[in-house]
Design a protein around this ligand. Structure first.
Ligand SMILES: C[S@@+](CC[C@H](N)C(=O)[O-])C[C@H]1O[C@@H](n2cnc3c(N)ncnc32)[C@H](O)[C@@H]1O
Length: 227
């Protein structure tokens, strides 16, 4: 919504693109601006996927937004096949653009418009990479004004203390993983104990937690079975 005191357009939108692990990520459809914290864990995910050494690696980038995570995987791991999904039509357009400008071969990716898993065909993924909306709406006062002014609210906020989408995601994700498959999940530093609880309730067998480059708990690697 246009407000009288709207902040200046973020530099990233003005420039029209950002670099994400060496990939040019177009922002013309105004998805969430990729964050350095996401780039940080995506690097680890790529290393883990490369270590699988499989001839074909199947990855799902869910809550894709710009597609930055999946594009970086596809670009760095030419043997991978990456599925992208998002609920927003503008994100679907944006992912297409980003796959094209990063020359991801058309037979190496698919894009689904989907409410979490509802529109994704059942598949055995080696990894599911997820950066869901996770900000608690009651903490709106702590979010930078330029983020609220310019970035899509559906990318940021989730009910139930920011845990609603994470909860739904973890309930279903295990049914889309190979037995050895794993999840990388980004979250707010305050949600670590909630995620331990949800992962236990949903019978994941192990979860490892990691801090971001700024020292805050930021992402988890969650295994369907004991690694
Ligand atoms: C935090 S952004 C992450 C974008 C990108 N992966 C990144 O890391 O920069 C979350 C994304 O989830 C999408 N989203 C929100 N609710 C969703 C839902 N119910 N199902 C699927 N995608 C959803 C939003 O449209 C947004 O693009």
């Amino acid at each position: 919504m246009e407000t009288q005191n709207k902040t200046d357009i973020p530099e990233e939108y003005k420039k029209g693109f950002v670099d994400f692990l060496g990939c040019k990520i177009d922002l013309s459809r105004r998805p969430l601006i990729p964050r350095p914290e996401t780039e940080f864990w995506t690097k680890y995910a790529i290393v883990d996927l490369a270590a699988l050494g499989a001839s074909k690696i199947r990855v799902l980038d869910i809550f894709s937004g710009s597609g930055c995570v999946g594009v970086a995987v596809a670009k760095n791991l030419p043997l991978s096949s990456v599925d992208f999904s998002d609920i927003e039509a503008s994100a679907i357009e944006q992912i297409k653009i980003n796959c094209e400008i990063n020359a991801i071969a058309p037979d190496h990716f698919r894009i689904f418009k989907s409410d979490i898993f509802a529109g994704i065909p059942k598949g055995d993924y080696d990894a599911i990479l997820a950066n869901p909306p996770y900000i608690d709406p009651s903490r709106i006062g702590q979010v930078q004004k330029s983020v609220l002014d310019w970035e899509p609210g559906t990318a940021l906020f989730a009910a139930d203390k920011g845990l609603a989408r994470i909860n739904e995601f973890l309930k279903q994700a295990k049914d889309f993983l190979t037995p050895e498959g794993f999840i990388y999940l980004e979250f707010d530093f305050s949600q670590k104990n909630d995620i331990i609880k949800i992962a236990r309730e949903e019978k994941y067998l192990a979860a490892k937690f990691f801090r971001d480059q700024f020292g805050k708990w930021r992402f988890a690697k969650i295994f369907r079975q004991k690694p």
